[in-house]
Write a protein that binds this ligand. Structure first.
Ligand SMILES: Nc1ncnc2c1ncn2[C@@H]1O[C@H](COP(=O)(O)OP(=O)(O)O)[C@@H](O)[C@H]1O
Ligand SMILES: [Mg+2]
Length: 427
């Protein structure tokens, strides 16, 4: 608000100053005749009296009277030197000769500094105007009132815009029920209505889609379990090794479908932010070591090792163990898929936060993909990725789970050569 106010105020103030200067300096030229008539009305009498008062005297006696006049009206009259008189423009000289009073273009619009010709040919200049502190105060008052008027005008607009901004920000962060409520006579009421309508539509679309995925996944669970059960039974009915192989392959497919359905259900559960999760105190290192989701056999099979480095100053934390475990195991399982041989897990403490870092020495993730990779079903299309299977839901789950814990997750390049996932949680 302050920025808008300052900008607006500067623009208005600068334009006002320019227009004041224009009126003061420009008008006497534009409305020359009116201006000169006014000047004659103001000064002709004074000029006559001055001439009468000084006219009969010469030299020192005249100087003494002039000094006396300047004592009565301080520094009002100045006698022009010969050089100054010669420097006057022909127009001014002509006007002086014609009417005895002339204006040289200096001084203010309403208070010029005119010349008065005396009978002996000398010329006095009348300094009628001095810039005093009252004028300064007057301008201060005018510009302060201007500022106050702007504040008065801007404040309600600002309050409404702020409400709309907060609603939009909350909606963007996933609070689908965030709406802006403004009074009926707000000047941005219409904008607010459009925003609220848009938010309603988006929320309806998203919940409909979520509900559908959720319902479909639930419905798939039972037939999948039945299929699995049926396949196991089928296996027992025959000794044909060829048939065994086929059935085994089918069981593998069913298992993959089951994993997909499980991941879909997890993701949709995480997205329903209203569902609360149990918070518990856990001993961090022990918890993490038990939550990798990777067995020793798997590690041995892939000739991979996990190196641990946990900051000793962080022992117990309060967290939602299920979500932390989900996020962590997804990262470790990915790392195992892509690592050549080495995975590193680090826990570090920072100011008011702690970081959980999972890195590997695999192919890494190109910089331009590091945002999108967290979207559901987004997978990189490298030859390596095609052979690993998976549906691209793992990192979407990681992101939602960390966000539910109030944390963030980002990707960097690891010193080991592969990808580095950094989860940051508040303490
Ligand atoms: N540690 C990693 N190293 C290299 N690429 C990775 C790593 N982790 C994830 N990725 C890339 O991110 C994509 C998405 O990962 P994810 O969401 O876990 O899906 P999925 O594991 O089902 O493929 C993967 O297909 C892969 O291309
Ligand atoms: Mg994965």
């Amino acid at each position: 608000m302050l920025r808008i106010l300052i900008r607006l105020y500067l623009i208005v103030a600068i334009l006002s100053i320019i227009s004041i200067i224009f009126v003061q300096k420009g008008f006497p030229y534009i409305f020359r005749e009116d201006f000169e008539a006014q000047m004659h009305r103001d000064y002709n009498t004074e000029a006559m009296l001055v001439r009468n008062y000084l006219g009969p005297l010469r030299d020192s006696a005249q100087e003494a009277r002039l000094a006396h006049m300047n004592g009565v009206s301080p520094q009002r009259y100045a006698r022009l030197s010969t050089a100054e008189m010669q420097a006057m423009s022909p127009a001014v000289k002509e006007a002086l000769a014609r009417s005895g009073v002339a204006w040289n273009g200096h001084g203010e619009n309403n208070r010029p500094d005119p010349y008065i010709a005396l009978d002996d040919g000398s010329v006095l200049q009348v300094h009628s105007y001095t810039f005093g502190y009252t004028e300064v105060i007057a301008y201060i008052v005018i510009f302060s009132v201007m500022l106050a008027a702007m504040l008065l005008w801007l404040t309600p607009h600002w309050r409404d815009l702020e409400k709309l901004r907060i609603a939009a920000a909350r909606f963007g962060e996933g609070a689908l029920d965030a709406r802006a409520k403004l009074s009926e006579n707000s000047s941005i009421k219409q904008l607010c209505t459009y925003f609220n309508n848009m938010a309603d539509r988006i929320r309806n679309l998203i919940t409909a889609q979520r509900d559908m995925v959720n319902a479909a996944s639930h419905e798939l669970r039972t037939p999948l379990a039945r299929l699995e059960f049926g396949l196991v039974n089928l296996m027992d009915t025959t000794d044909d090794s060829k048939a065994h192989k086929r059935i085994q392959a089918m069981r593998k497919d069913v298992e993959e479908l089951d994993i997909l359905v499980g991941e879909l259900l997890t993701l949709s559960m995480l997205e329903q932010s209203s569902l609360p999760e149990r918070r518990e105190k856990v001993a961090l290192e022990d918890f993490l070591r038990s939550a990798t989701g990777v067995s020793h056999e798997e590690l041995a099979l892939r000739h991979a090792t996990i190196n641990w480095s946990v900051d000793a100053s962080i022992k117990d934390i309060i967290t939602e163990p299920r979500n932390l475990g989900r996020a962590f195991s997804n990262l470790v399982r990915n790392a195992l898929r892509y690592a050549r041989s080495s995975i590193r897990v680090r826990v570090e403490t920072g100011a008011g936060c702690w970081n959980l870092i999972v890195e590997d020495d695999g192919v890494g993730i190109p910089e331009n993909e590091r945002e999108r990779i967290f979207e559901p079903f987004y997978r990189l299309d490298r030859s390596r990725d095609r052979t690993t299977g998976g549906y691209g839901l793992g990192l979407a789950i990681v992101k939602r789970a960390t966000e539910r814990l109030g944390g963030t997750v980002r990707i960097d390049a690891s010193e080991l050569g592969g990808a580095m996932f950094i989860m940051r949680f508040p303490r």
